[in-house]
Design a protein around this ligand. Structure first.
Ligand code: GLY
Length: 397
């Protein structure tokens, strides 16, 4: 652990505005308020109503990482290691139980192509020294009897977990509020302009006309982060939305049909403790389009039911679309902005916003408060890294 300089143009702030009351903004707000800062969190919607509400909640650094991205893997594994302690701290601070589903992920193959892809996946993980266990289809079906008899192969990936992000949002809102953070939500709390004097932020103006003064502003607005009105061009980090559609199914008989997170092709099935199942997800480059579509419902159910035929017996409770905030290199932006003093980022978590939430709060608070920190992880998420330099187009947007 190293004590990094806060940043050349930053000082430890006592007074912080956080833009965004999703998982990133809430966890940052909780951490800073608990450390004694005066924190106000602003959002146009109630906490967690944008992407956090839609997230599946897989804590899956191995099955969700790109095979050729060791930095993403390192970040994800460090985040996973934080989760059990974080969930316990959150429970103690909020009085809300935050259950972690701790069974291994099962990555499964429905046909020969998927079986070959699974073998490549296993080989890469083994070369990285990560544990994976090859299972015969019969062994996988012993673990999960709801899997189709046509299953071609399976891998158990130990150590991965899952959590319900909606429970985490509820607990974080209570914990942040009890630590002294003020959470202001609703259309009047939408930020209409970031205020600055050309070199340093001075606060934000909200839709209801308030000019809120602060020493620091943290942008934790997910896919909307690069579009906060008033950002100077050099601070307009390139964060774009990548749409994901998913379904929430519910078993009226209660939980138990499937116990483990299942991964297949581009899809996943995540069981919740109350008999709900999240079946996802599409990956679509469609800008800020939120629509749920018939083809996505069709494709998700077709692919899911090929693997777990019993899914078709369940109630269809929700069709959802979320906008994953993606950066050009796929890593988040957590830390001081390259331009304005007093401007900080906690965004760009792409497919791993839930997994990375605890680490996001810690890494950002370490930098803002001048605490010892993990320098290697800070380098991966540095908002000033070359991959995040705004293009002339980003700067004008
Ligand atoms: N992490 C799941 C997804 O982005 O679809």
């Amino acid at each position: 652990m190293t004590e990094l300089p806060i940043a050349p143009n930053q000082t430890r702030p006592d007074d912080v505005l956080v833009l965004g009351a999703g998982l990133a903004g809430l966890t940052v707000g909780w951490e800073l308020a608990a450390a004694g800062c005066r924190v106000r969190i602003l959002d146009r919607e109630a906490p967690g109503q944008a992407t956090s509400r839609v997230a599946a909640g897989m804590l899956a650094p191995v099955t969700e990482a790109e095979p050729d991205d060791p930095q993403q893997l390192a970040l994800g594994r460090a985040a996973l290691a934080r989760w059990p302690g974080y969930a316990a701290e959150l429970e103690a601070a909020s009085g809300i139980v935050v259950p972690l589903r701790r069974r291994p992920t099962l990555a499964v193959a429905r046909d020969r192509d998927e079986a070959e892809a699974l073998e490549r996946f296993a080989g890469i993980r083994e070369r990285l020294g990560l544990p994976v266990e090859r299972l015969l289809p019969s062994a996988a079906r012993t673990l999960e009897p709801a899997l189709a008899p046509t299953l071609r192969g399976a891998l158990a990936v130990p150590d991965e977990q899952a959590v319900d992000p909606r429970v985490v949002v509820r607990a974080l809102a209570v914990a942040a509020g009890d630590a002294g953070a003020r959470i202001a939500t609703g259309p009047g709390s939408a930020v209409e302009e970031l205020l600055h004097d050309g070199t340093r932020v001075t606060g934000a103006r909200t839709a209801d006309g308030l000019e809120l003064r602060s020493e620091a502003v943290v942008i934790a607005a997910g896919s909307w982060s690069g579009r906060v009105p008033g950002l100077p061009g050099r601070d307009r980090l390139p964060v774009r939305p990548v749409k994901g559609q998913l379904l929430v199914l519910r078993d009226p008989q209660g939980p138990g049909m499937v116990e483990r997170v299942l991964r297949f092709g581009a899809g996943y099935l995540v069981p919740r403790d109350d008999g709900r199942y999240v079946l996802g997800a599409t990956t679509e480059e469609r800008g800020f389009d939120h629509a749920t579509t018939a083809w996505a419902v069709h494709d998700l159910l077709r692919d899911g039911a090929e693997l777990v035929p019993g899914l078709l017996e369940l109630e269809l409770r929700e069709t959802l679309a979320g906008l994953r905030p993606a950066t050009p290199d796929g890593h988040p932006a957590i830390g001081p902005s390259p331009g304005l003093a007093g401007l900080w980022w906690a965004t760009g978590h792409y497919r791993n916003g839930v997994l990375l939430a605890p680490l996001t709060g810690t890494l950002l608070a370490d930098r803002m408060l001048g605490r010892p920190t993990d320098e290697a992880l800070q380098a991966i998420v540095d908002p000033a890294r070359p991959a995040l330099t705004p293009t002339p187009e980003d700067a004008r947007a």
